[in-house]
Design a protein around this ligand. Structure first.
Ligand SMILES: O=C(CO)COP(=O)(O)O
Length: 142
């Protein structure tokens, strides 16, 4: 599964702790992150993370593009609901696209725990089925 990991500054430490705790599960998946979040996770856990731009510089949009291509399976996004972000439109767009494509999206630790345990039990395999079906619908590329 392809998993996006994102955290706003005041939530980064929480996400680092989360990825440390669940490293044995996460290491079996392909991980993606916005720039600074990815750096912090890699430094703390040694996990292999594909890093995009930092959020304010377009990282949320890059992850949004993967969602729009049906190329992302899970989004774990520890938002800071108490601090205004300069790139709020990008954040809203990422969340909106997750809903458009029905991608499991956790915006806090409590929901992230549920998703990670679902991953552990292979309960998100329906994502691959949907992706394959959509690819078949697209037909052969020219
Ligand atoms: O701003 C972010 C998400 O909206 C996160 O970006 P960074 O991981 O680069 O701090």
């Amino acid at each position: 599964m392809k998993i996006a990991l994102i955290a706003h500054d005041k939530k980064k430490q929480d996400l680092v702790q989360f990825t440390l705790a669940y490293k044995p599960i996460l290491q079996d998946h392909q991980l993606f992150a916005t720039g600074t979040t990815g750096k912090r996770i890699m430094e703390a856990t040694g996990l292999d993370v594909h890093r995009f731009q930092s959020g304010p510089l377009g990282g949320d949009q890059q992850i949004g593009a993967m969602i729009a291509n049906d190329d992302m399976d899970v989004v774990i996004f520890f938002r800071d609901p108490l601090t205004a972000q300069p790139h709020e439109p990008d954040i809203s767009a990422l969340i909106r696209l997750s809903d458009v494509y029905e991608i499991p999206l956790a915006t806090n630790m409590a929901t992230a725990e549920l998703i990670i345990h679902a991953l552990e039990r292979n309960e998100l395999e329906w994502r691959s089925v949907i992706r394959e079906r959509r690819n078949l619908d697209k037909g052969p590329s020219l």
